[in-house]
Design a protein around this ligand. Structure first.
Ligand code: ZN
Length: 388
């Protein structure tokens, strides 16, 4: 399979570039926003383009999927220039729209690079003592960049240098981690589409679209605001998280990594990075939610609960000795980063709370709501033509 960066005559790339006009139009009409044109040949958009190309290759067969009424799944995906750290899934005129806001993509790249500047993080990769191990300066890496640039600041080269891993292998691993975190977000948004969430919330009048981080205006402007509505929307997030976690893991477990530059990394390392990326992304959304000063729990589980849910799911799902070792190692890596970043949750605490009555009570309630919802969602769900 060609590297997503390959700019020759890949028909998929030509197809994606062609559909960009529709994406741009849809983003303009639905969101009143501008789409980032990753196909314009600008090298600054190279990583954005690679992320989209990789995704399109991973999900190649998905446009043959149909729902119960025989309708085909149509999705337009891309980046939008809205200066918030967010992502969304939407639908209009029979076509789904999946978007990552550009600041989110930039922020998660900064976060993943920061991780590999830490000498204790993934100590088996490259030459950790070569790294400078900078401290985050009071802000979460990724958040700093966002806050600073939104205030109109220009990032000094020293800042980027400080947050760039020195060792070549660690630098490559940090880029890969950024792509894996973005992949987790893409899969999560796609799950909102093919699991029927977007169609369901629109049909039921629960929301116009699903945002990753609640946007104060977007949420406040919609009608039915009840506990039931809140629980429903939160249950859908757990469902999308589960699908994205599973899909991210499966890319590695079934040898379908399509970033050629990273596919030669050891399979164990790729699984660890994929799992760490999923946890870190879920945790980062908590920070983004704080940043947006939006109300917790209105449309999303507190990401703290989402992260607990993910840790619990991993322990249930990835049960071979080898995969449990991957799991344990990822929890240690998470704690090593949590030791450096103020306010980041530790996995032991997360697991204790998961077992604790309050958290498991809330999680249990949302999981029960999800079970209740499944027959209704089934009407809107898209599945492959062979019904698998
Ligand atoms: Zn979501």
């Amino acid at each position: 399979m060609p590297d997503p960066s390959d700019e020759t005559t890949d028909p998929l790339e030509a197809q994606l570039a062609d559909s960009f006009a529709n994406f741009r139009q849809s983003v303009g009409v639905r969101l009143g926003a501008t789409a980032l044109d990753v196909w314009d040949g600008d090298m600054r958009n190279h990583t954005f383009r690679m992320s989209l190309m990789s995704l399109a290759q991973q999900l190649k067969g998905i446009h043959d999927w149909r729902n119960g009424t025989g309708e085909r799944l149509r999705v337009l995906a891309g980046f939008v220039d809205i200066m918030l750290p967010n992502a969304l899934a939407d639908r209009a005129d029979g076509t789904h729209l999946v978007a990552i806001y550009t600041p989110l993509f930039v922020a998660l790249q900064e976060f993943s690079m920061f991780c590999f500047t830490q000498q204790d993080f993934f100590r088996d990769v490259g030459d950790p003592p070569a790294e400078s191990a900078p401290l985050p300066d009071g802000d979460v890496p990724g958040m700093w960049l966002l806050r600073f640039t939104l205030d109109g600041g220009k990032v000094a080269p020293e800042h980027s240098q400080m947050l760039t891993p020195t060792d070549d292998t660690r630098y490559a691993a940090s880029l890969y981690l950024g792509f894996l975190m973005a992949r987790f977000v893409w899969f999560h948004e796609y799950a909102h589409c093919f699991n029927g969430h977007v169609d369901y919330v629109q049909a039921e009048g629960l929301a116009l679209r699903l945002h990753e981080v609640a946007e104060p205006l977007g949420v406040a402007s919609f009608a039915k605001r009840t506990d039931q509505r809140s629980d429903t929307l939160r249950a859908l997030e757990l469902d999308a998280d589960e699908a994205a976690l599973w899909a991210s893991w499966q890319v590695q477990a079934t040898g379908r990594e399509n970033f050629e530059s990273f596919a030669n990394f050891d399979i164990g390392l790729r699984k660890r990075l994929a799992l760490f990326g999923a946890y870190a992304m879920t945790w980062l959304f908590e920070e983004f939610q704080n940043f947006m000063d939006a109300r917790y729990g209105l449309s999303h589980p507190a990401p703290y609960l989402r992260l607990q849910n993910m840790l619990g799911l991993s322990r249930q799902r990835f049960t071979s000795d080898e995969d449990q070792a991957v799991q344990a190692s990822v929890e240690s890596e998470f704690d090593r980063i949590a030791a450096v970043i103020p306010g980041m949750d530790r996995t032991a605490q997360l697991m204790r709370d998961l077992k604790g009555s309050e958290a498991s009570g809330e999680l249990a309630r949302l999981q029960a709501r999800l079970t209740e919802l499944r027959p209704e969602l089934a009407l809107y769900r898209f599945a492959p033509p062979d019904g698998s």
